[in-house]
Design a protein around this ligand. Sequence first.
Ligand code: G6P
Length: 614
Amino acid sequence: MCGIVGYVGERNAYDILIKGLHRLEYRGYDSAGVALVSPSGTLNVYKAAGKVSNLENYCKDKDTTGGIGIAHTRWATHGEPSDRNAHPHFSEDEEIALVHNGTIENYKVLKDALIQNGCKFQSETDTEVLVQLIEYIRTHNDCTLLEAVKEALRQVVGAYAIAVIEKNRPDTIIAARKSSPLVIGIGDGEMFLASDATPIVEYTKDVVYVKDNEIAVVSKTRPLKLVNLNNEETSVDVKTLELSISQLEKGGYPHFMLKEIFEQPTTLLDCIRGRVVNEGKDIIVSGVLDSKEKFMNAKRIIIVACGTSWHASLIGKYLIQDMCRIPVEVEYASEFRYSNPVLDDRDVVIAVSQSGETADTLAAIQMAHDAGAYVYGISNVVGSSIPRNTDSGTYIHVGPEIGVASTKAFTGQVMVLTLIAMAIAELKGTMPKEDLIKIGEEILKVPDYVRQTLELNEQIERLSLIFTYAHNFLYLGRGYSYPVALEGALKLKEISYIHAEGYPAAEMKHGPIALIDAEMPTVIIAPNDHLYEKIVNNVQQVKARHGSVIAIVTEGDKEIRNIADHVIEVPDVPECLTPIITSIPLQLLSYYIAINKGKNVDMPRNLAKSVTVE
Ligand code: G6P
């Protein structure tokens, strides 16, 4: 949620900042802004509502010179998306500019106090309070910007990654973080900062992940300095980025979403590489081996996640229960954290998060830690907060996911959960080795199965034309296919804005069946699994009410093809692997429907990829 970027050095800061904002636009695109100190010493702040391209247009005839600057792309929390509420925010005397990702929870109290002291505010944001407070402290205590930021942050409750510049010090940015991500790139006579490494990667591979409660002094002339709120210097731990620029580009596809859908044969291969070995006979998940005792003795596993990751987690529940015979609960992190959960040291909590930065998921794992539970993380972004705050974990290794609607991360999460379940089952002896080997051998073929499934692209594109103007969709599935139905419905609604509901197929008769008529398409996920005969009945029930059925079935299906209106046939795989395969046609269907409707699939309205606020 919101992206920040900063630069100090000899180059033109504006160009670097704008490019960086484009990379971070997945984090929010309600407004964008930039603050630059010009060579003549003016602090110029330019902002525009809407996407970064609006800001670029606005800046065309402005002075965008200067070797230091900060910039922001916003996902609105406090105050509507408008020029006025866009960042950077100025201090009242226009000496300081600040950008912020996060939420200042006690902003009201601070704002009232500042107003009483004569401060005047320009915006409705929580962020402006921070810049006014810093300026108030700086002028009243006659202290440096670093000291003022430190003191202000001591008074702040909430989450933040901030970057602050002042007119009279055009060689230094002060940045800080608590609960929102912040990376610093170290170049030669220049430094970069950003919410993630994507704006930095083409300039340097040397990065420092700022930790909670650290303040960074980012200067072009001096080495990076980190201090905590007690003014103690902390160590600077430089890491090498494993990210390439080509991973951040569309590679000939019209949208990141389509590119990411088509990348899945490769990303799934990356995900299983080194983990499914000896021709599928052995599964090695190092995080599980490191946590052997914990998983062997777990009385319960609780999986916490949000959004698409929550759907992957539901599949994880079926996998772990089936294979390991350990009770599993799946919780929305946002509910779990406020539900006063009963936890102890025999619980294992697994946090699933593509970004590794989702605020609710982070809070949930903090709570689990405090209660003595063992915490395991499944993330995509290397070095993000969740892997750094868990006892052990596994990366899904699917590469940067830029389309806001998650696709390759979902299948990567499901794959990793499958491997984790298999590794635990092996440790606990809850599954015959020959069954595990059969699945292991099939997992090695998954990239090919996915490739084959992607050949349905044109069929699905044609099918999408029939359903583009439907107002409502129902998605049904049972067992492993139930979370796939939820995910299919979510994909459609988030990018095409068509109302869609995912439901366990048998529950349809307790409500949604009332909605079915000739106008309402139902997508039924019905691979050849142990519930196949049951779901045939559900298809009949929809047809009996003149509903139109699109069915995802296994190649060679005999029954449903005779009843459904449209059939999409996918390769035959073991039941536990069906979600990875059946979700792919649903990703394509939602993509094409949204494209037919002229929607921006990579940046759907109101959404953001990384949700770092509550
Ligand atoms: C947002 C994104 C979703 C994602 C969810 C959870 O809503 O748009 O794609 O599934 O956050 O994010 P996480 O990074 O924790 O998986």
